[in-house]
Design a protein. Structure first.
Length: 447
């Protein structure tokens, strides 16, 4: 919108308080997306060139996988810190921490010119930054966007991460035609990460002066202590069903991103072709996310949308497994997987916030993300063992099974949209109070 939209809600007795939808919200979204993409580029750097990293530094595949797995491991202890910082310190506090640590970690990795271990140290710093960034999309959407735009806002913020992954998939193979080019790649990515993170550190505001929605305006009065909020999430059966769904899907997706170079061994694909598969997944993921978020914002059919997406994603995983040696068909399969799997996380974020409202957005999304990281850690250690000791095909069927189990878990969700119900009830009450305020003003004017 070219101008700020001003809506009215009832305030205290005899007052009318504005709800303002600021055009600056899109700028805030851009700053966030740049930082999210930067963190993803740092995370995925070594996955498409894992064989080159192994040869250049003389370390095992397990240690190379740790460059990615470290993010998932660190997410678990630091998610509570990040959720607390975002909930109590505000969105800007969390984002500045995340942006600074991402850029710092990227520069520490540059010391990997001489040794493998500084690279791992840099990954650790960026891994600590990750929960501060990945927990933020629903909070950003809630702080800045009206209720009819929250799903698409959460989707835009969330898909910035796979966009960064896609850039990383393409950038690493292009910058490292030879093993000796790895130090140059680390320098380029440090520069890219710094450029992407600086706007957030300098300009990101976090929240507007006036809220854009009723739930955002009542966040203070509806907030609860961190431990109580976590307990509310854990005892809600519907939220747990959603957590299993999102966790299995996200874990499988992260595992595919991390091990794509090793899983492509069966088809004898090059690093460049592995990068192409990753880029196709992301490109079609963006397309799918745009379509799905628009549908959900219009219909509010969260469960139906997730069931359909997961069914199609499971079918795509089956196709990937069966056509692994056929390049064109494999490209089609990964494209379908990206288009159907990428929207699952942002839609799950929004549905999670609806299900456990008034639990804070950062806390609800943190629980969902933690489940995905735990599944990812297990799979990233399990699948390389299966590739080495059983077969690549068995590893691929395991990934397919995870996505399929997520599809099954979603059928057990029967939660309600508590946040939307709250807003609808408050809106009705506010309209009645606004009419009363205006009627009293007219009476006083003619008194």
């Amino acid at each position: 919108m070219m101008e700020d939209d001003v809506l009215l809600k009832a305030g205290g007795p005899g007052t009318v308080v504005p709800l303002v939808v600021y055009k600056r919200r899109w700028l805030e979204m851009v700053w966030y997306m740049l930082t999210n993409a930067a963190n993803a580029i740092v995370w995925i750097t070594f996955s498409p060139i894992s064989d080159q990293v192994t040869d250049y530094y003389g370390v095992s595949t397990t240690w190379v996988n740790m460059l990615s797995v470290s993010f998932m491991i660190l997410y678990i202890p630091f998610v509570v810190v990040a959720a607390w910082a975002l909930d109590k310190g505000g969105l800007r506090c969390g984002m500045v921490i995340g942006a600074f640590l991402t850029a710092l970690g990227a520069w520490v990795r540059v010391l990997g010119r001489w040794s493998f271990w500084p690279m791992l140290g840099g990954q650790v710093l960026a891994g600590i930054a990750q929960p501060f960034i990945l927990n933020a999309p629903p909070l950003l959407a809630g702080n800045w966007f009206p209720e009819q735009q929250r799903t698409i806002a959460t989707t835009l913020a969330t898909v910035a991460n796979p966009v960064g992954v896609g850039i990383g998939f393409l950038l690493a193979p292009l910058l490292t035609p030879h093993d000796a080019d790895i130090p140059f790649m680390l320098l380029v990515e440090a520069l890219v990460a710094t450029v992407l993170c600086i706007p957030t550190i300098l300009f990101f505001k976090g929240e507007p002066d006036t809220p854009p929605s009723i739930s955002a305006g009542n966040r203070g009065e509806e907030s609860m202590p961190l431990l109580l909020a976590l307990w509310k999430c854990l005892i809600d059966w519907n939220f747990m069903a959603l957590t299993l769904t999102a966790g299995l899907g996200l874990g499988a997706f992260n595992t595919l991103a991390t091990l794509i170079n090793q899983l492509d061994v069966a088809g004898h694909y090059s690093n460049t072709e592995s990068g192409l598969f990753g880029a196709l997944t992301i490109a079609f993921g963006l397309l799918g996310s745009g379509v799905v978020s628009a549908i959900v914002d219009w219909t509010h059919y969260y469960k139906v949308t997730l069931v359909v997406c997961l069914a199609l994603a499971t079918a795509a995983c089956v196709m990937m497994t069966l056509v692994i040696e056929h390049l064109v068909l494999l490209c089609v399969a990964v494209s379908v997987l990206g288009a159907t799997m990428t929207p699952v996380l942002p839609v799950s974020f929004e549905l999670g916030c609806e299900t456990v409202f008034p639990v804070g957005e950062a806390i609800a999304s943190g629980v969902l993300m933690t489940a995905g990281q735990i599944v990812g850690i297990v799979l990233i250690f399990l699948l390389p063992w299966m590739i080495d000791h059983v077969s690549v095909m068995s590893a691929q069927w395991t990934l397919t099974g995870c996505v399929g189990c997520g599809f099954v878990c979603m059928w057990f969700y029967y939660g309600s949209l508590r946040r939307r119900d709250f807003e609808a009830k408050r809106k009705e009450e506010d309209e009645e109070r606004i009419i009363s305020v205006r009627a009293a003003s007219i009476q006083s004017a003619y008194a």
